[in-house]
Design a protein around this ligand. Sequence first.
Ligand code: NAD
Ligand code: UDP
Length: 345
Amino acid sequence: MTKPKIITTGGAGYIGSHTAVALQEAGFEVVLMDNLVNSSADVIHRIGRITGKEPLLELVDLCDEQATKNCFSKHSDAVGIIHFAALKAVGESVAQPTRYYRNNLVSMLHVLEAMHQHNIPNLIFSSSATVYGQPDVLPVTEQTPLQPAASPYGQTKQMNEVMIRDAVFAGELKRAISLRYFNPVGAHPTAIIGELPLGIPNNLMPFITQTAIGIRKELAVFGGDYDTIDGTAVRDYIHVMDLAEAHLGALQYQLNGSQSESYDVINLGTGLGSTVLEVIQSFEKVTGINLNYRIVDRRPGDVAAIYANVDKAARVLHWHTQRDLDEMTRSAWAWEKYARETLGL
Ligand code: NAD
Ligand code: UDP
């Protein structure tokens, strides 16, 4: 029997590669479309080592209209698309706004046009908690009003959501879900795939693991004077494997006809907030390493605290997170060591 085909744009990246594993293990055929601007082709071999089958990688820049059309024509039998492809560094987006608007908006447009042309009915989109800004009330639900985005990156996520919603409401696209991720961290339990930021990491977890392995001298903890239990900022960290499984749940929700709203928005987090110091303490506990860190000034643009209400994900996707903060720090560290010591990355 032929397996249902899913296209994952940006599928060679961090969240896409973990989702490819979950999709293949659930019996889907996965085609990755990626221009490798922030990833590497060898990830398909590593996905193959985990699942026993390498997914097909189509090298395509989704901003190239003709190349995107050609690629979708080859895979017009896909039953769904998960659109991960985007540039995602907040600080870089402030410095290079036009590059971010071009990449994240034009690629989205081409994906929507291709889906319309080929009547591909189901879209899942990688949105972000960044669309909420600093909300007045915590935890944030899907009804929490969106704040003006603090960066061009955040703007592109808000705009992408609007583009998708309008395409669905006009009937150009049958159904779509925007998944608003909170803070994805961690790696596959085999440690064969994980997050490998290029250059100096912006995010907390890779900065912690790179400091522990000796690539960075010291972790700067941004702000010790927030109104939180220990003065450091609170985020909702979610294990990337839980996130991958949520994509599978969202896809099944679409494919089995349960999606009642043609356009839907769902938060994906744990529902729990952790401070930066709690993440460090978890890392030190599971690894036995004393991390070299220092509390410095707040990072401009950071919110003090944000965490998700995840009742909707539980209710409609029947999805619950399975992995706690210790599992996140443990797997992130196992991947850092494997990437450096075995893969030589
Ligand atoms: P990533 O950079 O590892 O993966 C994104 C992939 O998209 C990369 O492989 C990159 O090469 C590809 N890509 C970018 N532009 C492309 C283009 N024009 N054509 C083809 N491929 C292109 O990032 P990730 O962490 O896996 O994030 C996946 C998605 O989730 C992104 O949309 C991101 O904005 C969103 N998101 C990520 C986080 C996070 O903290 N990681 C949080 C919220 C939302
Ligand atoms: N953070 C930090 N030091 C770093 C990177 C991040 O203290 O080197 C803090 C940051 O201020 C925030 C939290 O860790 O409170 C998560 O930051 P990250 O950039 O990973 O995600 P964000 O929530 O900003 O998207």
